[in-house]
Design a protein around this ligand. Structure first.
Ligand code: SF4
Length: 378
């Protein structure tokens, strides 16, 4: 297997959608490699960018039940040396196929060893190939603090994936990972280390990911942990990944999680991060779940906004509670009404308000605007 085939196999593996080696010609495999190499991720400042998303190795000694690389699964394993992977990335970057790297890895010989290989790869990319662009590095479970410190120097973004909502749920998904000893401490450690850096040093942001569904966790459990990390550990973002079973894994017979659940979790997460909602504001049902068929902000408004809010007098916090009004539109409303009261829905539309969603909950100079009912349940 040459270097391009190796990288291709790992690249396909890294997007977690492969079920085994496909029967393709070498040219087809190369074409797919290029296509897959253009995975798009959201850069903290630059928005969507094409990156090479790959793994150092797809061999793994852990047995996370949902993962295509779990130990013992019949799957073609590939391992790249740091210099091989760095060189492949440089070639793709020189051809302008990608402008960034997202590097993950399976674990053989412990998290420290796996992390060392990844750090060596990124170090070559930074020093030898002088690449100054975007690098997202996954922190391996069990990585040492000196390694995390090095990762902070080399990468723009780190991911420390908790996978489970808490220490009770994680063993149901990944019995060989330790939530409170192995996964959670690095999130806090990076936060504290960040605070001690000089002001001109821009440290990497930290994200995490949860596997949603197979551990029977509630939405409340997931959002409680995410909210805690946003408030206490400066977490930049939590990703909620609706579980989908993969053939040959322990969880192959588990039910697929409804993607709508993932969508509702993201909506609620945005309310916590950008809309001044607290965890107690979120409309969980008695089982601790969000309603699947209703936007959580709309559910909150229907149960709390019994009197419409006067759009010309509402505070920013109140404006953010109105469906169809986001942080930017709340600011635009506050700026616009300084020059005179807002009186008609055309003015609101120009400011970016989704008028049909907002109208049932607002007054404009004492009058309720007309609206259509059809959009209220999204
Ligand atoms: S540690 Fe778990 S999630 Fe990561 S590659 Fe190995 S089996 Fe998969």
């Amino acid at each position: 297997m040459d270097i391009h085939q190796k990288v291709e196999t790992l690249e396909k593996a890294a997007v977690l959608d492969c079920e085994g080696p496909p029967r393709m010609t070498r040219a087809e495999r190369k074409a797919q490699f290029i296509e897959h190499s253009r995975v798009t991720v959201t850069h903290p400042q630059r928005g969507k960018i094409p990156v090479m998303r790959t793994m150092q190795t797809s061999a793994c000694e852990k047995n996370c039940h949902y993962c295509p690389f779990q130990a013992g699964r019949n799957y073609q394993r590939v391992t790249l040396k740091p210099e091989e992977l760095a060189s492949a990335f440089d070639q793709m970057q020189q051809k302008k196929l990608v402008d960034g790297l997202f590097l993950s890895s399976g674990i053989i010989g412990g998290g420290v060893k796996a992390m060392d290989k990844m750090l060596d790869t990124v170090d070559i990319i930074r020093r030898q190939y002088q690449y100054a662009g975007y690098i997202h590095l996954k922190i391996m479970p069990g990585a040492e603090t000196t390694q995390i410190e090095q990762a902070m120097r080399l990468a723009d973004r780190l991911s420390i994936n908790l996978e489970g909502a808490n220490e009770q749920r994680l063993p149901l998904l990944a019995p060989k990972k330790d939530f409170s000893q192995e996964l959670l401490p690095p999130v806090y450690w990076v936060h504290h280390r960040r605070a001690s850096l000089e002001p001109w040093v821009r440290p990497p942001s930290v994200t995490t990911q949860f596997v949603v569904g197979p551990a029977n966790e509630t939405d409340q459990e997931l959002l409680t942990t995410a909210n805690q990390l946003y408030r206490e550990a400066g977490l930049a973002r939590a990703y909620y990944s609706a579980f989908s079973p993969i053939r040959g894994t322990t969880f192959e017979d588990k039910r697929k999680t409804d993607p709508l659940r993932e969508h509702r979790l993201y909506q609620a997460d945005w309310l916590l991060r950008f809309y001044d909602f607290t965890l107690d504001d979120l409309p969980f049902d008695a089982r601790g779940h969000l309603t699947l068929n209703r936007d959580p902000k709309l559910v909150w408004a229907e149960t709390h906004l019994h009197q419409p809010l006067e759009i010309n007098r509402a505070t920013r916090t109140e404006l953010l509670r109105i469906p169809g009004v986001g942080p930017k539109t709340a600011d635009a409303i506050m700026t616009a009404r300084r020059t005179g009261p807002l009186r008609d829905t055309q003015q609101l539309k120009k400011l970016g308000v989704q008028v049909d969603r907002a109208a049932p909950f607002i007054l404009m100079s004492g009058r309720q605007p007309s609206y259509q009912l059809r959009l209220l349940d999204t």
